[in-house]
Design a protein around this ligand. Structure first.
Ligand code: GAL
Length: 425
């Protein structure tokens, strides 16, 4: 109890009490961290920007301050180079778009913050399919949070061009070739493609899946089985890639993926083989699925998944840590998973999200994900960093791109593939 004699001159007991109460009320808010994040991502196209804005808005309306660090370049190669530079200079961004085994690679380096408390508090183990949750963990602890599931093995098409050529969406690679030959004869580019190595890899993995089948894909691009990498089946895969090379226009080199999507939109090209972020582009341009553009899985019986996620780099400061935890929590939130994915072209990573506002390609994706999982066909995309560590994925992509841009024979390419992988191990 305070004795009046202990009071400072001019202070009354009442005044002190008011000040004490006020400090009790104010103390928590004064010491409360103000959540902030600096977010490194590569979402710069029309559809991608809309999707990332949904994340920014969600973060801001929950009291966070967002500093944007977009690094343009589909597939994220440039973003990953920028990340390495920031980490080397001792100043990593707080939140980074990271995927697949690179999450574990960075976590093993001790570079990532732990998100297990958020995961536990938010019940992620019950809300996420185990296969997706496992990609987010190191040694059983969450170190990343998933935003979506993209499907990679899609064909996008312009229905008007198909109608003029008298062809429908191909269900086999032979049908694809026959349709492409007809379209080419009409003077229209059959396949909109951008000659960037990750785009070559994207097409390649869908061909591996379709021509080789689910088990072959797994042996070749996940298990790195030499007898699959250099095999007659792989020779057939490269034969199909050579054929595809003949279906792209002369100006394909270096073209961004979204510009290839625009070629399909405006009827300059018939097809594009690309993950469903391409659908985000069609939708952002006001195009209607089923009328203005068509989607169907590339020929095959599997599903190549690509889960976008964010990892939080180990940084100091209460505001930063509070921002990381808030962002991680919001990312797996039900509302965010719906809104973000409606723009992004993907489907929610979280189970039980209301899909009634999604269109038919998204429903097809969700349905096929379930069905293919039952037959061992739910497979991680190598081209989008879900299946392999960087060195092995890079070794494969180098050969794929080299073959696509030269006269290398299919047999030589299959041999080179096995050799490059062996050297990378
Ligand atoms: C993928 C990424 C997608 C999409 C695409 C094109 O690797 O997972 O979200 O943005 O690249 O940039």
């Amino acid at each position: 109890m305070i004795h009046p004699k202990q009071l400072f001159p001019g202070q009354t007991l009442r005044g002190i009490l008011i000040a004490a109460v006020a400090s009790l009320v104010l103390a928590p808010s004064l010491s409360k961290a103000e959540p902030k994040v600096e977010v490194l991502h590569w979402w710069t196209s029309g559809g991608e920007s809309k999707a990332v804005k949904a994340l920014m808005d969600e973060f801001s309306s929950n009291g966070g301050t967002w500093t944007d660090m977009p690094v343009a370049g589909g597939g994220g190669d440039a973003a990953m180079t920028a990340l390495k530079a920031r980490v080397l200079s001792g100043n990593p961004p707080t939140a980074v778009q990271l995927k697949g085994p690179s999450i574990q690679e960075w976590a093993e380096e001790g570079a990532l913050g732990d998100l297990d408390d958020v995961g536990k508090a938010e019940n992620w183990d019950a809300l996420l399919p185990p296969q997706i949750a496992n990609h987010m963990k190191l040694k059983g602890r969450y170190v990343a949070a998933p935003v979506n599931v993209h499907r990679v093995d899609w064909i996008w098409a312009n229905p008007e061009v198909l109608a003029r050529a008298g062809v429908s969406m191909p269900a086999t690679w032979d049908e694809f070739n026959a349709a492409a030959d007809k379209i080419k004869a009409m003077g229209i580019t059959p396949l909109a493609h951008g000659g960037q190595s990750w785009q070559d890899a994207t097409v390649f993995e869908t061909v591996v899946l379709g021509i080789g089948g689910n088990d072959f894909y797994k042996r070749a691009l996940i298990d790195l089985d030499m007898s699959a990498l250099d095999s007659p089946t792989m020779v057939k895969v490269f034969d199909q890639m050579r054929r595809m090379r003949g279906y792209v226009d002369d100006n394909f080199s270096g073209r961004d993926w979204n510009l290839a999507t625009a070629m399909v939109m405006n009827g300059e090209a018939a097809f594009q083989i690309m993950g469903d972020w391409a659908k985000g582009e069609f939708l952002a341009a006001g195009k209607k699925p089923g009328t203005d553009f068509l989607c169907s899985p590339t020929p095959g019986k599997g599903y190549l998944y690509n889960v976008d996620s964010f990892a939080m780099f180990d940084v100091k400061g209460d505001d930063n840590v509070a921002g990381q935890k808030l962002l991680a929590k919001l990312i797996v939130g039900e509302n965010f998973q719906k809104v973000f994915n409606l723009y992004k072209g993907s489907i929610p990573a979280r189970l039980g999200v209301d899909m009634s506002e999604f269109e038919y390609c998204a429903h097809r994706s969700a349905y096929d994900m379930e069905v293919t999982a039952k037959i061992g066909g739910l497979l991680p995309s190598y081209a989008h960093g879900m299946a392999l560590r960087g060195a092995q994925a890079g070794a494969i992509t180098d050969v794929v791109t080299k073959h696509f841009n030269s006269n290398m024979s299919s047999a030589d390419a299959a041999k080179a593939l096995a050799k490059a992988v062996k050297q990378s191990l």
